[in-house]
Design a protein around this ligand. Sequence first.
Ligand SMILES: [Zn+2]
Length: 316
Amino acid sequence: MERKTLDQRGQLTEQERLRHSCAHVMAAAIAKLWPDAQFAGGPPVDDGFYYDVELKHRISPEDFPAIEAEMKKISKENQVFEKLTVTREQALSDAQAGRLGALGSRDVASKFKLEMLKDIPEGEPISYFKTGDFIDLCAGPHVMRTGNVGACKLTSVASAYYKGDEKNPQLQRIYGTAFKNKTEMEAYFTMLEEAKKRDHRKIGAEMGLYVIDTEYVGPGLPLWLPKGTVILEELEKLAKETEFAAGYVRVKTPHLAKEKMYKTSGHLPYYAESMFPPMEMDEHREQRQQLEARIAELEKQLQDYAKKIVGGKSGS
Ligand SMILES: [Zn+2]
């Protein structure tokens, strides 16, 4: 995760502020349950927030109710998000004392916060946000009070490498989402449920239109069944007729292309993992390489021979 500039932080929407604030509340709850937690970054994301944490205890969804119960307590206490501006020396000493991303001082340093401090450019103010006893290194912004986080829910947990680098320690990334109130949150989860019911993969399979076999064929590669094929062909026919009527002419392109095309289209960086590996287009590559080497060798012999003849001539 790239560090946000102060300008970018100023542009966080109201909802992003709320969700990032909820990440603090979640961290405080986790720190209460597992004081050895080492927090890294906790930004808002598209549909909620996450916080990366290093922790001996492996957090699973079974832990969510306990964490959420602690979060609820913090929210009920309506703690102020208190901003404290500190000197770099103070911050370094607090990080060494394990005080950042924690409820109190600890035996070990707040190692990720210590590293984050080093990333803060010289001259940029360093600030903490304190809610109750929980102090975190953060530039903000947040909501005013923990009570403003009206409704929140932890949604999933995944693993993530610190700073996205597999050479770094593996952290637990805990996702959640937050809303101003319960009504908004319920509407969101209802919408998700409804979307699931309308998922084309589910409907397509139920209607016997196609089969998607991720193991043998691949994701996003439907095998069209007879009923589906009829629809597909009728749609194609309609498309052709409509295009013809509008004065378009049709062209054909290959189904496969070189890597360069997928780079240009922008697919490769996002779908590399689910895409097929590049094909070896030439099954006679090895044979060809051997022949090319032999040709190069013969050409050299020929040149040497030619030099000899020319040299011989000039000598006479
Ligand atoms: Zn914050």
